[in-house]
Design a protein around this ligand. Structure first.
Ligand SMILES: [Zn+2]
Length: 342
């Protein structure tokens, strides 16, 4: 690993043996002989060999070996920035800066802090670039997560469903309000007709009662007090009263089917029943819609929770949930995008 100034973007970057010879940030070709490595002067020049060993171990993924060599080297050179950088690589089991950036929260790692603390100007430039790139990367991940969350919520058809439900609900509500007003009117009229009809029925009832009473008196007299010669007169009077009572009774029966008041009363009663049925129907439709919306809401809440958890983890430098939601491919693309920002 060396530090080189990229001829493409003019920035100081780390170059690695395993790199493809291109600047990982601007993708321009790097000078093949460019770059400077950590160089220890006498009496620590033997450490230059250690650095070679560390770099070899890292490039062969022998991170354990690299770490023991690093710890050994740090005992002799405890304030060498680039050895701390190698420690960060070995601890995170990475070979390059790009791989490191995928592990998350590198700038708050203690090895990074030490690397920054002992850095010279060139090294500071490299770490500053890493810092900016990590910031850019997490910002882009947050943005992409939010966009994905919105897309997934849209895929539940929530917008169309809610729109549809709102329209349907408005229609039902309108109908319901109309029906309630109609019902109030019908019940008010029914009440008035009840009074009218009762008054008419009462009139008939009292006249029938009066007739029956008279008939009763006459029939009692007939038995006990009526003289024989009076019999015919009383019999015909009784017969007349009986007939009159019958007539009144028949008129009352007829009244319920022919009188406009009774007819209207019965029409209103039927209307009342049908309005109540419509109101019941509307209420049950609203309950069904409400249940469907509740289910949709649960689905969306579940989605929101998943993305909230991913964002929270992302904030703490843990990319696992983000990768799960966005896919490894998209995650890698976003890193490339973050690194290409000037
Ligand atoms: Zn470059």
């Amino acid at each position: 690993m060396k530090i080189a100034k990229c001829t493409g973007c003019s920035r100081h970057i780390h170059i690695y043996v395993k790199d493809d010879g291109l600047c990982p940030f601007c993708k321009k070709m790097l000078p093949s002989d460019g770059g400077v490595n950590v160089q220890f002067a006498e009496p620590l020049s033997h450490l230059n060999e250690s650095i070679e060993k560390i770099d070899d171990a890292i490039s062969l993924s022998q991170y354990g070996n690299a770490l023991s060599e690093i710890d050994n080297t740090l005992e002799w050179a405890p304030s060498n920035s680039e050895i701390y950088w190698r420690k960060l690589l070995a601890v995170r089991q990475c070979k390059t800066d790009k791989e490191l950036l995928k592990t998350g929260n590198i700038t708050s790692a203690s090895a990074f802090e030490c690397a920054e603390k002992y850095a010279d100007e060139q090294q500071k430039n490299v770490y500053l670039l890493i810092r900016r790139t990590e910031d850019q990367f997490t910002q882009l991940l947050f943005k992409t997560l939010s966009e994905h969350e919105l897309d997934k919520k849209r895929n539940t058809c929530v917008e169309t469903t809610v729109d549809e439900y709102n329209n349907k609900f408005n229609l039902i509500e309108k109908k319901l309000k109309e029906n309630i007003t109609r019902l109030e009117d019908v019940e008010k009229s029914l009440h008035e007709y009840t009074i009218d009809c009762t008054a008419i029925a009462e009139e008939f009832k009292s006249s029938i009662e009066h007739l029956l009473e008279s008939t009763d008196i006459i029939s009692k007299k007939h038995r006990k007090e009526i003289l024989f010669e009076e019999k015919n007169a009383w019999t015909s009077k009784l017969k007349f009263l009986s007939e009159q009572s019958n007539t009144e009774y028949n008129q009352l029966i007829q009244l319920t089917s022919t009188q406009p008041q009774f007819f209207e009363y019965s029409r209103l009663q039927n209307m009342q029943k049908s309005i109540i049925k419509e109101i019941t129907q509307s209420i049950s439709e609203i309950i069904t819609m409400h249940n469907n919306l509740e289910n949709l809401k649960m689905e969306i809440d579940k989605l929101a929770k998943e993305y909230d958890e991913a964002k929270m983890a992302l904030h703490n430098g843990d990319y696992t949930k983000t990768i799960f939601l966005l896919s490894q491919e998209l995650f890698d693309q976003i890193l490339t995008e973050a690194m290409s920002v000037e």
